[in-house]
Design a binder for this molecule. Sequence first.
Ligand code: ATP
Ligand code: MG
Length: 445
Amino acid sequence: MRLSRYFLPVLKENPAEAQIVSHRLMLRAGMIKQQAAGIYSWLPLGYKVLRRVETIVHEEQQRAGHIPLLMPTLQPADLWRESGRYDDYGQEMLRIRDRQDREMLYGPTNEEMITDIFRSHVASYRDLPLTLYHIQWKFRDELRPRFGVMRGREFLMKDGYTFDVDREAAMHAYNRHMVSYLRTYERMGLTAIPMRAASGPIGGDDTHEFLVLAPTGESEVFYDEAVTTLRLGNRQIDYDDRAAVAEICAEFTRLYARTDETHDPALFAAIPETQRKVGRGIEVGQIFYFGTKYSAPMGATITNAAGERVAVHMGSHGIGVSRLLGAIIEASHDDRGIIWPEGVTPFHAAIVNLKPGDAAADAACETIYGLLRERGLEPLYDDRDARAGEKFATMDLIGLPWRITVGPRGLAGGKVELTSRRTGDSEEMSPEAAVARVAEIYAGS
Ligand code: ATP
Ligand code: MG
């Protein structure tokens, strides 16, 4: 993409309404525009990152054997009457009437609807296990929408639903989700710590939230510092191997890590004092096992191996897809702007032409642009006629991890400059070497 032809409405001034850094940077980098309280348009740069985050979520869900589908945003109230939640959900639910005066709602979550799909089509334990998920917009009429996309009213969520014959099988589905979530967050450059959670309106006993540590997080968290060093890395995972998956979950949940809702001061006090940490965290996902809470009242039953009709065991598993953009920025920025992890960056590299109009500089930029694209990478080429300082400031603000700077002086010696956004380190090399280096970095990420 050539910047002269792109739509990147960056703001020079700090927007007054933004209280936290991710909100401020998303507005300044021209990623989002607020349309109403907690409701945003995703401008091209923000939309690109949103799609990249979504793609990682899809890939990791499907790697774990989970099946995508798409349910609507609008739902009939009657389905929610069957579970009893139409009245229980309260004012967070946006209730709508259509022209026939039928009661509808904009879905805050989809347990009822997926249970309805299941009961219509599945009748035997032989069709299990089954995990269906979608990535769809949700609406919750939050009392205090704030912090930009972190607490929106309309937000994008991945919600997956597991169907199993008994509790044991359902706990494997739960564990599979935990591991696939850990891998998902790691690919986005995040450390998200699974913490024992309280269940809230979805219901259920077994539940963990995934928290990204950040001073601006809304949850207070208590943890053993050693938990922050755990990594999945690129170990091979067989998601069908119950014992192996459970072993990974044990590794990641053995150390103390809880939110204020489940905090146990006595257990916490047992951690060596130097390891004991209190901080704040952003909830980027949650997994629940809730048994037959929805399947029993809604008649979602199956025939088990003994020939008995039993309610199916269910769980629901969510990732805050749009909130993740805020969380990634909270975890990765400096005073000049965003620093995208390679896994989610909107463009792989910036090309900055220091002297548009100079034949050698223009030609070198075109060459680099073409070579990067041949390698399957997407560069953002600043071909505008603007001062170098302004170009650098824009690229630093929007946070592309690598920048190739091209100017007549360097080119006289056959060199361009490759700069890391994260470290600020620069190295001079030939245009071809810069392209090869960038391609190599992405091949490994
Ligand atoms: P919270 O406690 O932050 O209100 P929740 O526990 O009600 O969230 P869940 O039902 O667990 O939310 O939804 C799954 C995920 O969706 C959450 O972990 C979070 O990342 C995201 N999410 C929930 N509410 C919002 C919101 N208002 N705006 C953006 N993302 C949200
Ligand atoms: Mg939650």
